[in-house]
Every structure is written in structure tokens, then in C-alpha cells.
Write a protein that binds this ligand. Structure first.
Ligand SMILES: *Cc1c(COP(=O)(O)O)cnc(C)c1O
Length: 368
């Protein structure tokens, strides 16, 4: 926390708006849309997962529909597809960004259409803050007229060609869960350029109450709005977002500058036009064994590191659904490790981590 969160929470107490309505929500949404892009409208919700669920509903996804989803991501990207009784179709990642492969995306779309079912939506993810190949993905989506849900849960502040992520899809989603770059403890947002869609998302997230003096409902609603208390935390967090991104990017650069000469370790550089918030610094090791050696060596020093998200097509709960893969995401998963990336890390902490990694990799002199 930055310190001013409590001031905004106190304001909510003072004016007694302890509810999913109130000034903190209005201001938080305003700050977010100002930050992302003046053309977008933002609806603050109680989680990123709720935002994906509403995005699918707004796009008309129903039982038995098919929805394409990047496989290399957190389960929350795909779970709402199942809530709706729809069917996830998992698609491979490419090596430049670890995100949705344009090649496999088009292959999947063509094959699903040939099988008689055109996918209703595409869920593309900016994993660990690295933007996916927005132009390529949007070109394919436009060609087949399939809307994109832009999972920017991990990518607040990331940019593609100078434009903030979450504004490229038909609908974008952000998460303010405790682990994300800024947090409201739990929270999320839906982002759209279409004001009608914002109105629809507020309607659905507040129990779909029709405009009558009495309680009348002609649609099923959800209790997905953010609380005015948590939006107060969000207001405070917006004050430190830029600083957080700067620190995260410095942490990545620090690791990279110290480990770059090691042949068994690779970093994910930003392709041209891609700007990552570097939510987590992730490395690719040369083998599954080395990844585990490093992870366990860190753990024995009481330092937590984590394997990357396990691809969803390999998850027991999803393994029966169709997937379009060639092993790339699985390979990235097996060799990838998320390093400690908290913004409170000191240089001495980073040096401790780096020395443990160095001890596990053999140094090879690089000849120019
Ligand atoms: C965190 C996360 C979500 C879900 O957000 P919550 O706010 O935790 O519900 C969705 N997708 C990705 C990629 C995430 O990392």
C-alpha cells in the first residue's frame, strides 16, 4: 500500500457509502479510463474473473458455444467459459511473447468452422505483462469476425505501439487481485470503447434490475460490482501505479544485466512495439531439471520462486477439450521460472537470489 488508501476508505466511512455504490467507485473508474485511454469506459467489478464472465455474457456466449482461449495462462482465463456451459478450445503460444500464436489461432478457427461451429469469442492474454501480437491477432479476429476478449489481468500499464493494453479488444479485463501490479485485495474491471456495453455490464453486475419502482427482473443478474471501500484502495493504488511499473521494469533489468551471459538462461525481450509492465520477471532455463534445481535451491534459502502457469490443455480439469498445440507452451512451462519480483526487493535481496542461480549454472566465458 502507498499510504493514501486509508484516506479514501475513511471518506467512504464518513459519508456512509459502505456499499457497491459511491464516490470512490466513480473516481476509481474515472482514474482508470483516464490512465488507459480517453476513449474507453471502465466498469469496476469485484474480480477479474467476474469481468471475463460478464464479457462472455455480453458477447452472447451460451451453452454449447465454443470459445477460443490461450492455453498458457491462469485457469481464471478459461473458467468462466465453463460457468456458461460453453466449450473452451485451447490454442498454442508463440515464442516471441509466450502468448496466442497467430498461426495456431487461424488454424483453430478454420478447423472449428469446418466442423460446423464458428467460435463465439477469442480470449487472448498479455501474460506476465507482455503484450501479445495485437495487430496479428486482431487481423485474424477481424477476418473471421470473432470478437476478442483481452485478458489484461496481469498487464495494467503495458503498451503495444504506445497504446495501453485492455483497449484493443471488443472488451478488455483487468484484475486487482492481491498478487497483481496494483491491488484492491480483490477486484477487477471491464474495459470497453462502447458506452452501451459499459451500461450493460453495470446492469448485469448489479443483479439486472429493470427500471421500475418495484423489483422487476427480465434477465438473470450477478452480484459482481466492486465495493466502495475497495474502490477507495484502488484510488490510492492509482497514485503509485507508474512508480510500480518503473520498479518492476528495473527489477527485470537488474536480473537480466547480472544473468545475461549465462548460456542456460534466457530472458523474454520486448519485441518491437511491445512494452511490458514486467509484472513478474520470468526466465527460461535450458532444461526442466535446471529449473527445478534453481527453484529448490532458492526454496532451501527460504526464497519463493514459481513455475510458470501450467498450460490449460494439460490440466486434469480441461484435458478433454480440443486443443491446437505443437508443444511450445508445454516447453515454455517446463523450463520457465518466475523469479521474486516484489517492488520492495532491495539490491541485496536481488544479489542473494542471483548468487544462488549462478551457483546452479555453470559459467561459460563468452567470446566476442
Ligand atoms: C489474476 C488473473 C485473472 C483473474 O483475476 P481475479 O481478479 O483474480 O479474478 C484472470 N486472468 C489472468 C491471466 C490472471 O492472472
Amino acid at each position: 500500500m502507498c499510504g493514501s488508501e486509508q484516506k479514501y476508505i475513511a471518506q467512504a466511512f464518513d459519508n456512509n457509502w459502505i456499499a457497491p455504490v459511491g464516490n470512490n467507485i466513480d473516481v476509481f473508474e474515472h482514474l482508470l479510463s483516464n490512465y488507459i485511454n480517453e476513449k474507453v469506459h471502465v466498469t469496476a467489478l469485484n474480480s477479474g474473473t467476474a469481468a471475463i464472465h460478464l464479457a462472455l455474457i455480453i458477447l452472447g456466449v451460451k451453452k454449447y458455444d465454443e470459445v477460443i482461449c490461450q492455453s498458457l495462462t491462469f485457469a481464471a482465463s478459461a473458467n468462466p467459459i465453463i460457468y456458461l456451459g460453453a466449450k473452451p478450445i485451447f490454442v498454442e503460444s508463440e515464442r516471441d511473447t509466450w502468448n496466442l500464436s497467430p498461426l495456431y489461432l487461424e488454424k483453430a478457427i478454420k478447423e472449428r468452422i469446418a466442423l460446423g461451429k464458428k467460435p463465439k469469442a477469442i480470449i487472448a492474454v498479455h501474460l506476465y505483462g507482455m503484450p501479445y501480437k495485437v495487430n496479428e491477432i486482431n487481423n485474424i479476429a477481424d477476418k473471421y469476425k470473432i470478437p476478442v476478449i483481452e485478458d489484461s489481468a496481469e498487464a495494467l500499464g503495458s503498451m503495444y505501439n504506445g497504446v495501453q493494453c485492455s483497449s484493443f479488444g471488443e472488451l478488455g479485463i483487468i484484475s486487482f487481485n492481491g498478487n497483481k501490479i496494483i491491488t484492491t485485495s480483490a477486484g477487477g474491471a471491464l474495459v470497453t470503447k462502447n458506452l452501451e456495453l459499459k451500461k450493460k455490464s453495470i446492469f448485469l453486475s448489479t443483479q439486472a434490475r429493470d427500471e421500475f419502482p418495484y423489483y422487476q427482473h427480465s434477465e438473470i443478474g450477478y452480484n459482481y460490482r466492486i465495493s466502495n471501500i475497495l474502490a477507495g484502495i484502488g484510488r490510492g493504488q492509482m497514485e503509485v501505479l507508474e512508480e510500480r511499473i518503473k520498479t518492476k521494469r528495473n527489477i527485470y533489468e537488474y536480473y537480466k544485466s547480472r544473468l545475461e551471459g549465462i548460456p542456460q538462461i534466457e530472458f523474454l525481450d520486448e519485441p518491437n512495439g511491445h512494452y511490458s509492465n514486467r509484472w513478474l520477471t520470468c526466465i527460461l532455463t535450458s532444461s526442466y531439471k535446471l529449473r527445478e534445481d534453481i527453484r529448490i535451491a532458492l526454496e532451501s534459502e527460504n526464497i519463493e520462486s514459481r513455475p510458470l502457469w501450467k498450460p490449460l490443455h494439460l490440466q486434469p480439469v480441461f484435458h478433454n477439450y480440443p486443443c491446437y498445440v505443437d508443444g511450445s507452451a508445454e516447453n515454455i512451462y517446463e523450463r520457465g521460472l518466475c523469479l521474486p519480483s516484489g517492488t520492495n526487493l532491495q539490491e541485496s535481496d536481488l544479489e542473494r537470489i542471483i548468487s544462488i542461480i549462478l551457483a546452479k549454472t555453470e559459467k561459460v566465458l563468452k567470446f566476442a
